[in-house]
Design a protein around this ligand. Structure first.
Ligand code: AMP
Ligand code: TRP
Length: 342
């Protein structure tokens, strides 16, 4: 139930399955920074989601700490927001099972991300199908009001609404119904080498696909200079499919400079694509420089990172565990002294 005096709660997460590309920053993290001061924020490193696709164990451990460092480097402040690792709070896995039992398979088979990922494989892990139920558990265990994500996660948040509603209907009012918060610009940053597709973490290592938050100036310049555009010469914001590459670079420029669109179009009027890309690259380099430097410092202090994650897990469990206990009580599970909520 929503407590009228409590601050609006925000929950979001990123999988520790690779280097973070600019898409993650512009679509998700940048939004998180805006709600830090006046909302109650939970930003999770969703490692249980990452293992729906095989992860090399040592790499998973490393990337989990790297993504934590990236949250901090990008400006998530542990004094204002709870930063934690999903597998450190057991309620996520357990709550997910309970919600799996109220979710029709048909709802899961309809998910476009499942269809796309399953379609590429000959054998599909069951985790890939129930992935959005775990995401729903993440969100509803905190009674999150807002879920700031990129466009590709809208369908998953809508599913979380349906699952929460169904649970409420079956067992009585338990969960707040969450809302996705999708940015007006930057909700779908496109691959630099193929503006027909989104920029994605799983392909970020491919030459020319993405700029990653850890890239140095030369890597950024190279990727942006090679970005696919079109045969025209107009540097304008446009939803025309052939202008997707130019539009993508313009959105990146807009988000990182904060300049209004008409001013940006006037600024580039009559200029060539080469010069345009050079300027976009410089803006990206300058925006990422402090993030990259701070990231380097933080990854040199793994004990400090682990300490922040430990505090985060304690804070998160203090919300998620009583919520899980409420779910279990409402569903009719026999209480046990072995399972006491702190
Ligand atoms: P993931 O990399 O799938 O863990 O996504 C983490 C967050 O970044 C989610 O909120 C996504 O919606 C967002 N995101 C991922 N890729 C992009 C992209 N290309 N453009 C905008 N947002 C994105
Ligand atoms: N599935 C999301 C993605 O791949 C990550 C995620 C997991 C998430 N749990 C979440 C996002 C809860 C928002 C809220 O991008």
């Amino acid at each position: 139930m929503t407590d009228p005096v409590r601050k609006s709660r925000v929950f979001s997460g990123i999988q520790p399955s690779g280097l973070l590309p600019l898409g993650n920053y512009l679509g998700a993290i940048r939004q998180w920074l805006g709600t830090q001061a006046d909302h109650e924020n939970y930003f999770c490193i969703v490692d249980l989601h990452a293992v729906t696709i095989y992860q090399q164990p040592e790499m998973l451990r490393r990337k989990t700490l790297e993504v934590a460092a990236m949250y901090l480097a990008a400006g998530v402040d542990p004094r204002l927001s709870t930063i934690f690792v999903q597998s450190h709070v057991r309620a996520h896995a357990e709550g997910s099972w309970l919600l799996t039992c109220v979710t029709p398979v048909g709802w899961l088979e309809r998910m476009t991300q499942y269809k796309a990922k399953a379609g590429q494989r000959t054998s599909v892990g069951a985790g890939l199908l129930v992935y959005p139920v775990l995401q729903a558990a993440d969100i509803v265990l905190y009674d999150a009001n807002e879920v700031p994500v990129g466009e590709d996660q809208k369908q998953h948040v809508e599913l979380a609404q349906d699952i929460a509603q169904r649970f409420n209907h079956l067992y009585g009012e338990t969960f707040v119904i969450p809302q996705a918060v999708i940015p007006a610009s930057g909700a779908r940053i496109l691959a630099l080498n193929d503006p027909g597709r989104k920029m994605s973490k799983s392909e970020a290592h491919q030459r020319g696909h993405a700029v990653c938050l850890t890239d140095d100036a030369d890597e950024i310049r190279n990727a942006i200079q090679r970005a696919v555009t079109d045969l025209g010469r107009e540097i304008v914001f446009s939803q025309q499919p052939e202008k997707a590459g130019v539009n993508n670079l313009l959105e990146i420029y807009e988000l990182l400079t904060g300049r209004p669109r008409p001013e940006i179009e006037a600024h580039f009027e009559g200029r060539g694509y080469g010069e345009f890309k050079q300027e976009v690259a410089e803006v990206v380099i300058e925006a990422l420089r402090p993030i990259r430097e701070r990231y380097r410092e933080l990854t040199g202090e793994p004990d400090e990172l682990k300490r922040i994650l430990e505090v985060g897990a304690e804070n998160a469990a203090a919300i998620a565990e009583p919520k899980l206990a409420e779910m279990k009580q409402k569903m009719g599970f026999l209480a046990s002294p072995r399972y006491r909520v702190k």
